[in-house]
Design a protein around this ligand. Sequence first.
Ligand code: BTN
Length: 234
Amino acid sequence: MNIIHFETIDSTNTYLKNNYKQLDNLTIVSSDVQSSGRGRNNRKWDSSKGNNLLFSILIKDKNIIRKYKSLSIISAYTIIQILKQYGIEDVYLKWPNDVIVNNKKICGVLLEAVSKNAIECLIIGVGLNVNEDKFDKEYLIEATSMKNELNKTIDLNELKDIVYKKFIENINTDYDFYDDIKECDYLKNKKVSIQINNELKDVEVIGIDHDYSLKVKDKDKIINIEAGEASMHI
Ligand code: BTN
């Protein structure tokens, strides 16, 4: 595995955006802390030094880039597999990129593309709360960590090894994760407000569809929403 680790960096996603040309496919960049960690929808991602998992994976292989619609969800699902392995039960995937335990967010994924005429590379950024035990209440959804859920401190180096191996395995496989993902669909049958192209709609979620879009009922119409066009409020 190609791993580049920093004690501190602005953002592991930004680092890969700026340096992807000279780096190999599946290079992993991690950091103990980020000074400008980024989340979806221009939000910031804060994390105290050395307590959590902050990493990004570079995708340059065209065969993997073709799967870009599923990569955010498969990444979140990979974290779910690992949390279960650590004994955390009732873990859910909140479409398209959050991992939820006890109605609290434990992990977020930020998938970004660098495009010229075509997509040159994808960057999967993952922030997993591991040993953080106090969270500000300023976020839309309350946060939790592995430590808070398991009442014990987690060995971060051991976890990193397990997480990176599972990511590489899941990104490379042609296995269809859909049936597994359907089982942990957090939004299924929930009523949510969803912002699509500046319009706020109250919809009823049917569930994650096979193409990894979200199938919802908007009044009497069934529509499918792509991850890139939506932000969500429950
Ligand atoms: C979200 O839930 O909004 C996504 C959060 C993604 C955070 C990770 S931390 C590592 C990588 N670098 C960043 O700046 N963001 C992602």
